[in-house]
Every structure is written in structure tokens, then in C-alpha cells.
Design a protein around this ligand. Structure first.
Ligand code: DC
Length: 221
């Protein structure tokens, strides 16, 4: 049987990665971070020959972008070819560039088929797939579709909790800028029809996980 998809979208700092990961652990499902593939392609664009921004829309990414990612919530890694880029894709250079890659239509089409391929090959009963357009474009027929959000103030606070004051101000600027730029491509702030909104502004981590698990149980029963 094909694995079931639990689709979770949300903006940066909504807690969607950590909440999705924990929900996956509790369900023995896979966890797929789709943003990592956009970041990996941005990394490739910055570091590899033939992946320039203007080359991406005519490139056969299925054949030429040798991407792999772990969907084990307890052992996360991302590779291009044999190179481990788990850390590299979190660097500022990639974070600042990735929106430009994500807005190329051919890239988005490729990412959709890549996501379905990874899920289909998982060998698991289900995969929690998190991103920006999973509930709307990638898996609009998923039995559970959730938009996880939080007020901007809460999201910025979560992102900067462990940073110095000046670093926090710079992170705040980055998150706000990236949301603004990403939201030109996909609307991930308002739930599409049939998508359930979980606002975590007033929920702690465990409460957020419980809210998501309850919706999963409800959707799968
Ligand atoms: O979730 P993240 O910050 O790692 O995402 C990286 C970038 O990829 C971000 O700029 C938004 C984009 N993205 C997207 O457009 N669609 C997705 N499903 C996931 C991420």
C-alpha cells in the first residue's frame, strides 16, 4: 500500500519542523523536510558548475540533480552526490539565496515529483511531509492537511531565543524578509479550503505536538 501523506505547511519559526519530527517519532512515520531540497539546489547553484540560476529551468533535474535525504526523524542528513551538505544548507549564503531558486516554476514542478518519489520509496506506512505548498500543491488530496502557524512576534522570539540581542535583531530581519519573499510564490499564511489551522502562538511544544497528533488520528480514522 502507498504510504499515507500527512501534509504540514507553515512559515519560518512556526515550529513546524520540530513538531513534525516529534509527531513522526510518535507515529513511527517518516519525516520529510521539503525545504531541504530547495536549500540543496540553492547550494548546488552556488557551488556546482551547470547549476546557475538561469540554467535551472531548462535542466533535467531528475537526471542531473543527485539529491538524497534521510526521512528518519532521529537521523537527519542531506546529500548531493556523496557530499554531506546537512550543515552547509543552513548557512546564511544559502538562506539568502534559496527564495530565488524556489520561485522558478520548473524547480517547483521538479520538487513536487521528487517529494512523491521519496514518499513512495520510503517503505513506511506514512510520511509527515512539511513545507510551504504541501497542503495545496504537492499533496492536496492528503487525508490530513495542516497549516501550522504562530503570530509573527512569537515566531521571531522562538527563532532568536538562543541568540544575542544584535544577532536576534538580524535573525528577525532575515525571517521577516524571507517570509515576505517566499509568500510571493506560495501563500502559506492562510489555510486553503479543507486545511486545518493549528495556531501555536499560545501552545508550548508538547501541546503543539498533541494538537497535530489529534488531527492525524482524526484524519486517519
Ligand atoms: O523551510 P525552509 O526554510 O528550509 O525552506 C527553504 C526555502 O524553500 C524557503 O525559502 C521556502 C522554500 N520552500 C518552498 O518554496 N516550498 C516548500 N515546500 C518548502 C520550502
Amino acid at each position: 500500500m502507498a504510504p499515507v501523506i500527512i501534509a504540514i505547511d507553515g512559515p519560518a519559526g512556526s515550529g513546524k519542523s520540530s513538531v513534525s519530527k516529534q509527531a513522526a517519532r510518535e507515529k513511527n512515520f517518516g519525516y520529510l523536510d521539503t525545504g531541504a531540497a530547495y536549500r540543496a539546489l540553492a547550494w548546488a547553484s552556488l557551488n556546482l558548475e551547470g547549476f546557475g540560476l538561469d540554467e535551472l529551468d531548462s535542466k533535467d533535474l531528475n537526471r542531473e540533480f543527485d539529491y538524497s535525504i534521510s526521512i528518519d526523524p532521529d537521523n537527519y542528513w542531506v546529500k548531493v552526490g556523496s557530499k554531506d551538505i546537512t550543515e552547509a544548507i543552513r548557512e546564511q549564503e544559502v538562506a539568502e539565496f534559496v527564495s530565488q531558486v524556489a520561485r522558478i516554476p520548473a524547480v517547483r514542478t521538479f520538487m513536487k515529483s521528487l517529494t512523491h518519489k521519496i514518499v513512495a520509496e520510503s517503505g513506511l506506512p506514512g510520511v509527515i511531509v512539511e513545507g510551504r505548498d504541501i497542503t495545496t500543491v504537492v499533496a492536496p488530496d492528503a487525508p490530513v492537511r495542516i497549516l501550522l502557524t504562530a503570530s509573527e512576534a512569537v515566531r521571531l522570539k522562538r527563532r532568536s531565543a538562543e541568540l544575542s540581542k544584535s544577532a536576534a535583531a538580524s535573525v528577525a530581519r532575515q525571517v521577516t524578509e524571507r517570509d515576505a519573499s517566499d509568500s510571493k510564490v506560495v501563500d502559506f499564511m492562510t489555510p486553503a479550503p479543507g486545511v486545518q489551522l493549528v495556531d501555536t502562538s499560545d501552545l508550548n511544544f508538547n501541546q503543539s505536538v498533541s494538537a497535530v497528533l489529534a488531527l492525524i488520528e482524526q484524519g486517519l480514522s
